[in-house]
Design a binder for this molecule. Sequence first.
Ligand SMILES: Nc1ncnc2c1ncn2[C@@H]1O[C@H](COP(=O)(O)OP(=O)(O)OP(=O)(O)O)[C@@H](O)[C@H]1O
Length: 245
Amino acid sequence: MVAPPDNDVLWARALHFQHNGSPALRGVSLGVREGEILAVTGPRGSGKTTLLQCLAGLLPAQQGEVWFNSTPVHTMGPLTRERLRRDRFGWIDPVPMLVPELNAWENAALPLLLRGTSRRRAKTAALEWLERLDIGDSARKRPHELTQAQRQRVAVARALATCPTVLFADEPTASLHRADGAQVLRTLTTAARSHGITVVIATHPAQAADLADRTVSLLDGRRVNTVHLPPVSETEGRQTCSLSA
Ligand SMILES: Nc1ncnc2c1ncn2[C@@H]1O[C@H](COP(=O)(O)OP(=O)(O)OP(=O)(O)O)[C@@H](O)[C@H]1O
């Protein structure tokens, strides 16, 4: 087993995954640099979701390797992967999955509360992110009182509230109208850049060109090309996440 390059926060080698015998990934290798926004594009069924799930430790790689910093994820047991996901990763689904019994700020604060952050600090952090996502006024509303776009903003706030090392976003604007989607993406990428959060986002090529530093394209579970865009030098003025329990 060869350790990944130092400047890659995530690194995958020759990843294979089959869903019930049907191949979804056929030998995908890639590295994700710290602070980078990497877009994963490809037609429906090309393996984008499966790749993100393998990188995030949601699915165990069936063949190949996944490394987070210098730690092999592919050899971790389910509990260790779960802890890694809880402590270091954020995840945004195409359709917002909120707890119906909790209001918007409680949903956004949930990962912090699960980590043991005090309720007061978790609430403060959740409210800050809801404000940044222009949904602060609805902080006390339950999911059924919100529009789909508002629910997705809550899901984005929830993913950012922990200041994850890596944020995985699986077609996060799939359920939104174009204007809503564009604003959510802008807020997400601005927040990620200002906090040094690495982002791996499955998205359409048109959106990828606007928001990502680099694009990896998949077709039938294989990488087909990579587009390099000029690096964005926004490390100056970067904010830090200082939240603790
Ligand atoms: N749970 C599952 N059970 C069986 N097959 C699956 C499952 N999930 C994905 N697949 C299959 O694996 C392949 C890759 O799917 P995946 O969802 O990773 O691609 P995708 O690029 O994210 O597609 P989409 O844009 O439609 O979400 C597809 O052929 C898909 O039908």
